[in-house]
Design a protein around this ligand. Structure first.
Ligand code: DC
Length: 207
């Protein structure tokens, strides 16, 4: 069984995907980490993530160990990830790895931006997890503070808006809900409520 969870940054999809995978005994892939790993590799080499050929080469050369790099969750790496993710050759180089992962038994949960639309259009359940921008910025800001990374709320909010705009406007696999996705707005829900609701939906689809 494949569960696709898409949505913008800091909407709660990662937490939800991890909890569901644990409850169901499914494999989980946070696909944002793949784009982050490509971005991090370029930054480490002093390359510009916006340079199409360098970015595509980095995506093709990506190894599993790149996903273990330190600092993948930092803001500069997130920005680089959003830039490389707009590159069609980068996306093409990463499709097969994600599809192979999705076929793992007894089931897989992939979270990202284009799982329900491009990577796994036949997923048994598609969720689009979202929340109001101010709430997502607050969650991201609190996360950064907990990790003692310096940031202001205003800068986090602006960065999130820019990233959403870039992810939604790109020509290849723009971030958007699949036509058959169930929209889950987590703005006014606790993570326990989101989890309970999503688990019911998975169980419903499993019969
Ligand atoms: O979810 P995240 O913040 O870790 O994702 C980092 C960037 O990667 C984000 O700007 C969008 C991009 N991304 C994507 O284009 N497609 C995916 N399936 C996952 C992430």
């Amino acid at each position: 069984m494949i569960v696709a969870i898409d949505g913008p940054s800091a909407a709660g999809k990662g937490t939800l995907a991890r909890r569901l995978a644990q409850a169901l005994g499914f494999h989980h892939l946070d696909t944002g980490m793949i784009y982050r790993a490509v971005g991090a590799r370029l930054l480490a080499d002093g390359a510009d993530p916006a340079e199409p050929e360098r970015a595509a080469a980095a995506a093709r050369a990506l190894e599993a160990s790149d996903l273990e790099r330190d600092g993948l969750r930092s803001e500069p790496v997130g920005r680089a990830a959003s830039i490389v993710a707009a590159n069609p050759e980068v996306r093409a180089a990463l499709v097969e790895f994600q599809r192979r992962f999705a076929r793992r038994a007894p089931g897989a949960i992939l979270d990202g931006r284009d799982i329900g639309t491009v990577i796994c259009p036949d997923a048994a359940l598609k969720l689009y997890v979202t929340a109001r921008p101010e709430i997502r910025a607050r969650r991201r800001f609190d996360e950064l503070q907990a990790r003692r990374e310096s940031a202001t709320y205003a800068a986090v909010f602006q960065d999130l808006q820019e990233r959403d705009a870039r992810d939604q406007a790109r020509g290849t696999a723009p971030a958007k809900p699949a036509g058959d996705a169930i929209i889950l707005d987590t703005s006014d829900l606790t993570s326990d409520q989101v989890f309970a609701h999503a688990l019911d939906l998975v169980r419903g689809r499993r019969g």
